[in-house]
Design a protein around this ligand. Structure first.
Ligand SMILES: Cc1ncc(COP(=O)(O)O)c(C=O)c1O
Length: 391
Protein backbone atom coordinates (compact mmCIF):
# COMPACT_ATOMS: atom_id res chain seq x y z
CA UNK A 1 0.00 0.00 0.00
CA UNK A 2 1.40 3.46 -0.86
CA UNK A 3 0.77 4.67 2.68
CA UNK A 4 3.38 5.95 5.13
CA UNK A 5 6.12 4.70 5.22
CA UNK A 6 5.68 2.96 1.81
CA UNK A 7 6.09 4.57 -1.57
CA UNK A 8 3.88 3.89 -4.62
CA UNK A 9 4.40 0.50 -6.27
CA UNK A 10 5.31 1.94 -9.69
CA UNK A 11 8.10 4.03 -8.12
CA UNK A 12 10.00 0.83 -7.34
CA UNK A 13 10.55 0.29 -11.05
CA UNK A 14 12.67 3.42 -11.34
CA UNK A 15 16.25 2.29 -11.04
CA UNK A 16 18.67 4.25 -8.90
CA UNK A 17 21.65 5.94 -10.51
CA UNK A 18 24.62 3.63 -10.84
CA UNK A 19 27.20 6.18 -11.86
CA UNK A 20 28.13 7.88 -8.62
CA UNK A 21 30.04 4.86 -7.27
CA UNK A 22 32.01 4.47 -10.50
CA UNK A 23 32.69 8.21 -10.69
CA UNK A 24 34.05 8.19 -7.13
CA UNK A 25 36.28 5.27 -8.00
CA UNK A 26 37.54 7.01 -11.16
CA UNK A 27 38.27 10.24 -9.29
CA UNK A 28 40.12 8.41 -6.53
CA UNK A 29 42.62 6.93 -8.99
CA UNK A 30 42.96 9.56 -11.74
CA UNK A 31 43.77 13.22 -12.12
CA UNK A 32 41.66 13.30 -15.27
CA UNK A 33 38.27 11.62 -15.56
CA UNK A 34 36.57 11.04 -18.93
CA UNK A 35 32.76 11.13 -18.56
CA UNK A 36 31.89 9.08 -21.64
CA UNK A 37 28.76 7.82 -19.87
CA UNK A 38 27.05 11.21 -20.25
CA UNK A 39 25.05 11.69 -23.45
CA UNK A 40 25.96 15.29 -24.14
CA UNK A 41 28.23 17.45 -26.25
CA UNK A 42 31.43 19.36 -25.54
CA UNK A 43 30.29 22.11 -27.94
CA UNK A 44 28.61 25.34 -26.83
CA UNK A 45 25.57 26.40 -28.82
CA UNK A 46 25.61 29.29 -31.30
CA UNK A 47 25.96 32.68 -29.54
CA UNK A 48 22.36 33.74 -30.33
CA UNK A 49 21.06 30.70 -28.43
CA UNK A 50 23.08 31.14 -25.27
CA UNK A 51 21.56 32.01 -21.91
CA UNK A 52 23.72 35.13 -21.57
CA UNK A 53 22.32 36.53 -24.80
CA UNK A 54 18.67 36.60 -23.64
CA UNK A 55 18.10 40.14 -22.39
CA UNK A 56 15.21 41.64 -20.45
CA UNK A 57 15.53 44.81 -22.54
CA UNK A 58 14.82 42.85 -25.69
CA UNK A 59 12.19 40.56 -24.19
CA UNK A 60 9.96 42.40 -21.73
CA UNK A 61 8.85 40.06 -18.98
CA UNK A 62 11.69 37.68 -19.81
CA UNK A 63 11.22 35.78 -16.58
CA UNK A 64 7.44 35.65 -16.59
CA UNK A 65 5.43 32.56 -17.52
CA UNK A 66 5.28 31.83 -21.24
CA UNK A 67 2.00 30.84 -22.89
CA UNK A 68 1.36 27.12 -22.17
CA UNK A 69 1.71 26.20 -25.84
CA UNK A 70 4.99 28.08 -26.09
CA UNK A 71 6.36 31.46 -27.16
CA UNK A 72 4.91 32.34 -30.56
CA UNK A 73 8.38 33.24 -31.87
CA UNK A 74 9.75 29.82 -30.84
CA UNK A 75 6.84 28.04 -32.52
CA UNK A 76 7.35 30.14 -35.67
CA UNK A 77 11.06 29.26 -35.75
CA UNK A 78 10.27 25.55 -35.30
CA UNK A 79 7.62 25.60 -38.03
CA UNK A 80 10.16 27.20 -40.37
CA UNK A 81 12.76 24.58 -39.45
CA UNK A 82 10.30 21.75 -40.19
CA UNK A 83 9.40 23.37 -43.49
CA UNK A 84 13.04 23.77 -44.51
CA UNK A 85 14.21 20.37 -43.26
CA UNK A 86 11.21 18.19 -44.02
CA UNK A 87 9.25 20.21 -46.57
CA UNK A 88 6.22 20.02 -44.29
CA UNK A 89 3.80 22.71 -43.15
CA UNK A 90 2.68 21.70 -39.67
CA UNK A 91 -0.54 23.04 -38.21
CA UNK A 92 0.75 25.35 -35.46
CA UNK A 93 -2.14 24.37 -33.18
CA UNK A 94 -0.69 20.86 -33.07
CA UNK A 95 2.75 21.95 -31.87
CA UNK A 96 3.63 22.13 -28.20
CA UNK A 97 6.85 23.55 -26.77
CA UNK A 98 7.96 21.27 -23.95
CA UNK A 99 10.85 20.98 -21.51
CA UNK A 100 12.84 18.71 -23.81
CA UNK A 101 11.80 15.42 -25.34
CA UNK A 102 11.84 13.96 -21.83
CA UNK A 103 8.84 16.07 -20.83
CA UNK A 104 7.29 15.42 -24.23
CA UNK A 105 7.43 11.64 -23.90
CA UNK A 106 6.42 11.77 -20.25
CA UNK A 107 3.35 13.93 -20.78
CA UNK A 108 2.25 12.06 -23.91
CA UNK A 109 2.57 8.79 -21.97
CA UNK A 110 0.41 10.29 -19.25
CA UNK A 111 -2.20 11.22 -21.84
CA UNK A 112 -2.19 7.90 -23.73
CA UNK A 113 -1.34 5.14 -21.27
CA UNK A 114 -3.47 3.42 -18.66
CA UNK A 115 -1.86 1.27 -15.95
CA UNK A 116 -0.79 -2.12 -17.37
CA UNK A 117 -0.97 -0.96 -20.97
CA UNK A 118 2.01 -2.29 -22.88
CA UNK A 119 4.39 -0.27 -25.04
CA UNK A 120 6.66 -2.09 -27.50
CA UNK A 121 10.11 -0.77 -26.79
CA UNK A 122 12.64 -2.02 -29.35
CA UNK A 123 15.97 -2.37 -27.58
CA UNK A 124 18.56 -1.24 -26.88
CA UNK A 125 16.83 2.03 -25.98
CA UNK A 126 17.37 5.44 -24.45
CA UNK A 127 17.48 4.55 -20.73
CA UNK A 128 14.83 7.06 -19.66
CA UNK A 129 12.22 5.77 -22.10
CA UNK A 130 11.73 2.58 -20.10
CA UNK A 131 11.47 4.50 -16.82
CA UNK A 132 9.03 7.05 -18.19
CA UNK A 133 6.66 4.33 -19.39
CA UNK A 134 7.01 2.41 -16.12
CA UNK A 135 6.33 5.45 -13.94
CA UNK A 136 2.92 5.76 -15.59
CA UNK A 137 2.17 2.22 -14.36
CA UNK A 138 2.39 0.92 -17.94
CA UNK A 139 4.68 -1.89 -19.10
CA UNK A 140 7.66 -1.34 -21.41
CA UNK A 141 7.91 -4.57 -23.45
CA UNK A 142 11.52 -4.88 -24.53
CA UNK A 143 12.16 -6.34 -27.97
CA UNK A 144 15.85 -6.88 -28.88
CA UNK A 145 15.96 -5.12 -32.21
CA UNK A 146 18.53 -2.50 -33.27
CA UNK A 147 21.53 -4.74 -32.53
CA UNK A 148 19.94 -7.62 -34.44
CA UNK A 149 19.21 -5.82 -37.69
CA UNK A 150 22.21 -7.38 -39.47
CA UNK A 151 21.69 -10.89 -38.10
CA UNK A 152 21.05 -13.33 -40.91
CA UNK A 153 17.38 -14.24 -40.87
CA UNK A 154 16.33 -11.52 -38.43
CA UNK A 155 12.80 -10.44 -39.32
CA UNK A 156 11.97 -7.07 -37.69
CA UNK A 157 8.26 -7.48 -38.27
CA UNK A 158 8.12 -10.97 -36.78
CA UNK A 159 10.18 -9.86 -33.76
CA UNK A 160 7.74 -7.06 -32.96
CA UNK A 161 4.69 -9.10 -33.83
CA UNK A 162 5.73 -11.83 -31.38
CA UNK A 163 5.69 -9.26 -28.55
CA UNK A 164 2.20 -7.88 -29.25
CA UNK A 165 -0.56 -8.78 -26.80
CA UNK A 166 -4.09 -7.50 -26.40
CA UNK A 167 -2.71 -4.90 -23.99
CA UNK A 168 -0.25 -3.39 -26.49
CA UNK A 169 -1.12 0.22 -27.24
CA UNK A 170 2.01 1.85 -28.64
CA UNK A 171 5.29 1.30 -30.45
CA UNK A 172 8.36 3.42 -29.64
CA UNK A 173 10.64 4.19 -32.59
CA UNK A 174 13.96 5.96 -32.18
CA UNK A 175 16.12 6.56 -35.24
CA UNK A 176 18.99 7.40 -35.29
CA UNK A 177 19.07 5.22 -32.22
CA UNK A 178 20.53 5.84 -28.79
CA UNK A 179 22.57 3.76 -28.06
CA UNK A 180 23.18 1.46 -31.05
CA UNK A 181 24.11 4.20 -33.54
CA UNK A 182 21.81 2.54 -36.09
CA UNK A 183 19.71 4.53 -38.53
CA UNK A 184 16.64 2.50 -39.48
CA UNK A 185 16.35 1.59 -43.15
CA UNK A 186 13.17 2.27 -45.07
CA UNK A 187 12.45 -1.50 -44.98
CA UNK A 188 12.70 -1.73 -41.19
CA UNK A 189 10.48 1.31 -40.86
CA UNK A 190 7.90 -0.23 -43.19
CA UNK A 191 7.95 -3.38 -41.07
CA UNK A 192 7.31 -1.35 -37.91
CA UNK A 193 4.51 0.58 -39.54
CA UNK A 194 2.78 -2.62 -40.66
CA UNK A 195 2.76 -3.86 -37.06
CA UNK A 196 1.47 -0.51 -35.77
CA UNK A 197 -1.31 -0.44 -38.33
CA UNK A 198 -2.28 -4.09 -37.94
CA UNK A 199 -2.72 -3.69 -34.17
CA UNK A 200 -3.89 -0.08 -34.06
CA UNK A 201 -0.92 1.18 -32.08
CA UNK A 202 0.14 4.71 -31.34
CA UNK A 203 3.55 5.49 -32.80
CA UNK A 204 6.04 7.35 -30.63
CA UNK A 205 8.62 8.90 -32.98
CA UNK A 206 11.65 9.89 -30.96
CA UNK A 207 13.51 12.34 -33.20
CA UNK A 208 16.21 13.32 -30.69
CA UNK A 209 19.04 12.57 -33.14
CA UNK A 210 17.24 13.54 -36.35
CA UNK A 211 20.15 15.72 -37.49
CA UNK A 212 22.98 13.47 -36.35
CA UNK A 213 23.54 10.99 -39.18
CA UNK A 214 26.81 10.30 -40.94
CA UNK A 215 27.29 8.44 -44.16
CA UNK A 216 23.88 9.00 -45.76
CA UNK A 217 20.62 10.88 -45.30
CA UNK A 218 18.10 8.89 -43.23
CA UNK A 219 14.85 7.78 -44.88
CA UNK A 220 11.87 10.14 -44.75
CA UNK A 221 10.69 10.88 -41.18
CA UNK A 222 8.03 8.43 -40.01
CA UNK A 223 5.65 11.08 -38.66
CA UNK A 224 5.64 12.74 -42.08
CA UNK A 225 4.07 9.86 -43.93
CA UNK A 226 0.41 10.37 -44.77
CA UNK A 227 -0.49 6.91 -43.41
CA UNK A 228 0.91 7.69 -39.94
CA UNK A 229 -0.69 11.10 -39.45
CA UNK A 230 -3.50 9.84 -37.25
CA UNK A 231 -1.27 7.79 -34.94
CA UNK A 232 2.25 9.35 -34.84
CA UNK A 233 3.43 11.65 -32.08
CA UNK A 234 6.84 13.17 -32.83
CA UNK A 235 9.31 14.30 -30.18
CA UNK A 236 11.87 16.82 -31.38
CA UNK A 237 14.45 18.41 -29.12
CA UNK A 238 17.14 21.04 -29.38
CA UNK A 239 19.28 19.12 -26.89
CA UNK A 240 21.32 17.14 -29.40
CA UNK A 241 20.84 19.02 -32.66
CA UNK A 242 21.82 22.40 -31.23
CA UNK A 243 23.87 21.45 -28.14
CA UNK A 244 21.10 22.85 -25.95
CA UNK A 245 20.44 20.04 -23.46
CA UNK A 246 20.58 22.15 -20.31
CA UNK A 247 18.15 24.67 -21.78
CA UNK A 248 15.43 21.96 -21.81
CA UNK A 249 13.59 22.91 -24.98
CA UNK A 250 11.77 20.48 -27.24
CA UNK A 251 8.82 20.48 -29.62
CA UNK A 252 6.17 17.77 -29.68
CA UNK A 253 3.48 17.43 -32.33
CA UNK A 254 0.83 14.89 -33.19
CA UNK A 255 -2.83 14.37 -33.99
CA UNK A 256 -5.35 16.92 -32.78
CA UNK A 257 -7.13 14.83 -30.13
CA UNK A 258 -3.78 13.96 -28.55
CA UNK A 259 -2.27 17.42 -28.63
CA UNK A 260 -5.32 19.08 -27.05
CA UNK A 261 -5.00 16.74 -24.09
CA UNK A 262 -1.21 17.17 -24.02
CA UNK A 263 -1.60 20.93 -23.69
CA UNK A 264 -3.97 20.45 -20.79
CA UNK A 265 -1.69 17.92 -19.12
CA UNK A 266 1.36 20.13 -19.54
CA UNK A 267 -0.23 22.76 -17.29
CA UNK A 268 -0.11 20.24 -14.43
CA UNK A 269 3.55 19.41 -15.03
CA UNK A 270 5.75 22.35 -15.95
CA UNK A 271 2.98 24.74 -17.11
CA UNK A 272 5.37 26.04 -19.77
CA UNK A 273 8.95 25.49 -20.89
CA UNK A 274 11.52 28.01 -19.56
CA UNK A 275 10.72 31.32 -21.25
CA UNK A 276 14.27 32.73 -21.53
CA UNK A 277 15.43 29.53 -23.19
CA UNK A 278 12.53 29.59 -25.63
CA UNK A 279 14.06 32.83 -26.91
CA UNK A 280 17.40 31.02 -26.99
CA UNK A 281 15.73 28.31 -29.06
CA UNK A 282 14.73 30.96 -31.60
CA UNK A 283 18.42 31.87 -31.88
CA UNK A 284 19.44 28.22 -32.31
CA UNK A 285 16.78 27.47 -34.91
CA UNK A 286 17.29 30.70 -36.87
CA UNK A 287 21.10 30.87 -36.74
CA UNK A 288 22.27 27.35 -35.96
CA UNK A 289 22.19 25.75 -39.42
CA UNK A 290 25.95 25.99 -39.95
CA UNK A 291 26.59 24.79 -36.40
CA UNK A 292 24.53 21.69 -37.04
CA UNK A 293 26.48 20.89 -40.22
CA UNK A 294 29.77 21.42 -38.44
CA UNK A 295 28.70 19.23 -35.52
CA UNK A 296 27.61 16.48 -37.87
CA UNK A 297 31.11 16.37 -39.39
CA UNK A 298 32.87 16.60 -36.01
CA UNK A 299 30.66 13.94 -34.46
CA UNK A 300 31.12 11.67 -37.46
CA UNK A 301 34.91 11.96 -37.12
CA UNK A 302 34.68 11.30 -33.39
CA UNK A 303 32.38 8.29 -33.90
CA UNK A 304 34.61 6.81 -36.55
CA UNK A 305 37.74 7.44 -34.46
CA UNK A 306 36.18 5.65 -31.49
CA UNK A 307 34.89 2.73 -33.57
CA UNK A 308 38.21 2.24 -35.32
CA UNK A 309 40.15 2.45 -32.05
CA UNK A 310 37.97 -0.21 -30.44
CA UNK A 311 37.68 -2.36 -33.56
CA UNK A 312 33.88 -2.22 -33.98
CA UNK A 313 31.50 -1.10 -36.76
CA UNK A 314 31.28 2.62 -37.35
CA UNK A 315 28.08 4.31 -36.13
CA UNK A 316 25.52 5.44 -38.71
CA UNK A 317 24.28 8.27 -36.52
CA UNK A 318 23.68 9.47 -32.95
CA UNK A 319 26.42 10.05 -30.42
CA UNK A 320 27.11 6.58 -29.02
CA UNK A 321 28.87 3.30 -29.58
CA UNK A 322 27.16 0.29 -28.06
CA UNK A 323 29.68 -2.43 -27.40
CA UNK A 324 29.32 -6.13 -26.71
CA UNK A 325 32.02 -6.80 -24.11
CA UNK A 326 31.01 -10.36 -23.26
CA UNK A 327 34.32 -11.64 -24.63
CA UNK A 328 36.18 -9.39 -22.18
CA UNK A 329 34.39 -10.48 -19.02
CA UNK A 330 35.58 -12.99 -16.45
CA UNK A 331 34.28 -16.52 -16.91
CA UNK A 332 30.83 -16.72 -15.34
CA UNK A 333 30.40 -12.93 -14.96
CA UNK A 334 26.70 -12.07 -15.12
CA UNK A 335 27.19 -8.51 -16.18
CA UNK A 336 29.79 -5.93 -17.04
CA UNK A 337 30.18 -4.38 -13.56
CA UNK A 338 33.77 -5.56 -13.12
CA UNK A 339 34.66 -4.37 -16.61
CA UNK A 340 33.15 -0.94 -15.88
CA UNK A 341 35.22 -0.79 -12.73
CA UNK A 342 38.38 -1.55 -14.70
CA UNK A 343 37.47 1.30 -17.07
CA UNK A 344 36.80 3.62 -14.10
CA UNK A 345 40.20 2.70 -12.66
CA UNK A 346 41.63 4.08 -15.91
CA UNK A 347 39.52 7.23 -15.46
CA UNK A 348 36.96 6.37 -18.15
CA UNK A 349 33.28 6.23 -17.25
CA UNK A 350 30.94 4.17 -19.45
CA UNK A 351 27.26 3.27 -19.10
CA UNK A 352 26.22 -0.29 -18.22
CA UNK A 353 24.38 -1.81 -21.18
CA UNK A 354 21.60 -3.02 -18.92
CA UNK A 355 20.33 0.57 -18.63
CA UNK A 356 19.49 0.24 -22.33
CA UNK A 357 17.71 -3.11 -22.03
CA UNK A 358 17.62 -6.28 -19.94
CA UNK A 359 19.25 -8.25 -22.77
CA UNK A 360 22.36 -6.09 -22.72
CA UNK A 361 23.90 -6.84 -19.32
CA UNK A 362 27.15 -7.73 -21.10
CA UNK A 363 27.30 -4.57 -23.20
CA UNK A 364 28.49 -1.04 -22.45
CA UNK A 365 27.63 2.34 -23.95
CA UNK A 366 30.17 5.01 -24.82
CA UNK A 367 29.31 8.59 -25.79
CA UNK A 368 31.86 9.97 -28.25
CA UNK A 369 30.70 13.59 -28.10
CA UNK A 370 30.83 14.33 -24.38
CA UNK A 371 34.49 15.43 -24.48
CA UNK A 372 36.49 17.28 -27.18
CA UNK A 373 38.40 15.19 -29.76
CA UNK A 374 41.81 15.35 -28.02
CA UNK A 375 40.33 14.13 -24.74
CA UNK A 376 38.35 11.46 -26.58
CA UNK A 377 41.57 10.23 -28.16
CA UNK A 378 43.23 10.09 -24.73
CA UNK A 379 40.27 8.14 -23.30
CA UNK A 380 40.31 5.74 -26.25
CA UNK A 381 43.97 5.08 -25.69
CA UNK A 382 43.20 4.04 -22.13
CA UNK A 383 40.29 1.90 -23.28
CA UNK A 384 42.06 0.24 -26.20
CA UNK A 385 44.20 -1.94 -23.95
CA UNK A 386 41.17 -2.96 -21.88
CA UNK A 387 39.29 -3.89 -25.05
CA UNK A 388 42.16 -6.07 -26.16
CA UNK A 389 42.77 -7.89 -22.90
CA UNK A 390 40.31 -10.57 -21.88
CA UNK A 391 40.75 -10.89 -18.12
C1 LIG B 1 16.75 8.96 -27.79
C2 LIG B 1 16.55 10.10 -26.86
N1 LIG B 1 15.33 10.63 -26.75
C3 LIG B 1 15.08 11.66 -25.95
C4 LIG B 1 16.07 12.21 -25.17
C5 LIG B 1 15.73 13.35 -24.24
O1 LIG B 1 16.13 14.54 -24.71
P1 LIG B 1 15.81 15.92 -23.98
O2 LIG B 1 17.10 16.48 -23.53
O3 LIG B 1 15.18 16.75 -25.03
O4 LIG B 1 14.88 15.67 -22.87
C6 LIG B 1 17.36 11.70 -25.22
C7 LIG B 1 18.41 12.26 -24.39
O5 LIG B 1 19.48 11.72 -24.24
C8 LIG B 1 17.60 10.61 -26.10
O6 LIG B 1 18.82 10.06 -26.19
Amino acid sequence: MPRFPNIAEHAHSVSARVYSKLAQRARAENAEVFPLHVGDTYRDPVPAARAERQLSDEHPGLHKYAPVQGEPSAIDAFLDYVQARHGETLDRELVQVMSGATAGVSIVCQVLLEPWDEVLLPSPFWPLSRGIIATKGAVPVQVPFYTRLDEPGFDPEAALEAAVTERTVALYVNTPNNPSGRVLSADSIEAMLRVAKRHDLWLFCDEAYEEIYFDREPPEAIWKRPETRDRAIAFHTLSKTYGFAGARIGFTHGPKRVMGAVRGMQTFHTYCAARPMQFGAVGALREGGGWVEESRALYRDAGYLAADALGVSRPEGGTFLFLDVSGLLEAGAEDCSAFLERCADEGVLLTPGRSCGDDYARWVRLCFTSVPPARLAAALEKLASLFRTPS
